[in-house]
Design a binder for this molecule. Structure first.
Ligand code: NAD
Ligand code: DAU
Length: 353
């Protein structure tokens, strides 16, 4: 049994689905079901006894301690977080509560459980913290990609809260000996991505005939990784990572935002041409820049490749095509997340913890 937090969100749900598709080991999945948590993401697991879903907050120490005692997981994988940079700029409070205070409380619950384990189980236990490349700050155009030794220089409330959580995880290892692993990944994309983030927002806005807003000059660079490749990296680190180490995860796919948006438009032009025969690129509009917008992120993932033999399976070209196709084939998922109707569905499917 493993315990996953935030497993109804974009990456967490992809991870749970992949885990149970390739593995008999059950998963207990605790998620608060904020606006970003969606049990439709896990609908294919309905009736599968290997998946136990509990609606709850990682900051609820009593709930976490009870779940750990009851399910006795051999590992905890922490995805739960507030994840959207723009939201963190407009309202940082939830980011501090979940990403900092929530991670602290989760660490304390896990420490209490781990301390009481018999020696053999204690030895094998792992706490894997899922983090981001944004903790390293912004790279100059000609600077080498972020290695694990790069200084922490977070610039947004989101990245500062994630940096704080990484430091807590590190401290719980050094001070208490908790067997932790941390992964710092670049921008993910793929199925189940909430349409507030760049790629899914561009797909759903394009299809709805709405503007495609590019912040500032659109020359900010992000390093894109297909979500399933992030999931395979996490599994690899969980099984073979060295305790207390951090591993950068990325696919060597640096692209400026305008190129991403034009690629999405070109794929839609091919797969779902506009009725008027014009390109979706005509819907692009340049808007005011994000405050404090980091100019460039890029991940050096050689440590993960060297030590654990991990490599991404998708190229950006194959991954972005699959992604656009997935959104075209799942209009009901898009309608659900946009209408908020899935919240009503949640109440009929699962009881609160
Ligand atoms: P997401 O916003 O799609 O999902 C987050 C999930 O956490 C949601 O299901 C939400 O309901 C849940 N959650 C939020 N607060 C909670 C709380 N207090 N207790 C329990 N559950 C809570 O985010 P995502 O994009 O899937 O990101 C998952 C993790 O990966 C985050 O820690 C994020 O920082 C990290 N990450 C994301 C990316 C990316 O590109 N999306 C890249 C690197 C790292
Ligand atoms: O780098 C990893 C991070 O990637 C994760 O830790 C975060 O959880 C995740 O949200 C993501 O953060 P970004 O801010 O890079 O992702 P976002 O999709 O919000 O934006 C990607 C880029 O596109 C960024 O430079 C801002 C720009 N952008 C975004 C939106 C939503 C636009 O130009 N227009 C938009 O409408």
């Amino acid at each position: 049994m493993i315990l996953v937090t935030g497993g109804a969100g974009f990456i967490g749900a992809n991870f749970v689905l992949d885990w149970l598709a390739t593995n008999e080991e059950p998963v207990v999945n605790i998620d608060k079901l904020t606006y970003a948590g969606n049990l439709h993401n896990l609908a294919s697991l309905k009736g599968d006894a290997r998946h136990v879903f509990v609606q709850g907050d990682i900051g609820d120490s009593a709930l976490l301690s009870r779940l750990l005692q009851e399910h006795r997981p051999r590992a905890v994988v922490n995805f739960a977080a507030e994840s959207h940079v723009d939201r963190s700029i407009h309202g940082p409070e939830d980011f501090i509560q979940t990403n900092v205070v929530g991670t602290f409380r989760l660490l304390e619950s896990v420490r209490g459980y781990w301390n009481a384990l018999p020696d053999a189980e204690k030895q094998g236990f792992r706490f894997l913290h899922v983090s981001t490349d944004e903790v390293y700050g912004s790279l100059a155009a000609d600077a080498p990609a972020f290695t694990e030794d790069h200084l922490y220089e977070p610039n947004s409330p989101y990245s500062a809260s994630k940096a704080a959580s990484d430091h807590l995880v590190r401290a719980w290892h050094h001070t208490y000996g908790l067997p932790v692993l941390t992964t710092n990944c670049s921008n993910n994309y793929g199925p189940l991505h909430f349409p507030e983030k760049l790629i899914p927002l561009m797909i759903v806005n394009a299809l709805a005939g709405k503007p495609l807003p590019i912040y500032g000059d659109g020359m900010q660079v992000r390093d894109w990784l297909y979500v399933k490749d992030h999931c395979s990296a996490i599994r690899r680190v969980l099984e073979g990572g060295r305790l207390g180490e951090t591993y950068n995860v990325g696919g060597w796919n640096e692209k400026p935002n305008v190129e991403i948006v034009n690629t999405v438009c070109a794929l839609l032009d091919e797969l779902r041409p506009r009725a008027d025969g014009q390109s979706y690129a005509g819907q692009i509009t340049y808007v005011k820049d994000r405050p404090g917008h980091d100019r460039r992120y890029a991940i050096d993932a050689r440590k993960l490749e060297r030590e654990l033999g991990w490599k991404p399976a998708e190229t950006f070209e194959s991954g972005i095509r699959k992604t656009v196709q997935w959104y075209l084939e799942n209009p009901e998922w898009v309608a659900q997340v946009q209408s908020g109707a899935y919240r009503d569905w949640v109440q009929t499917q699962y009881a609160s913890a």
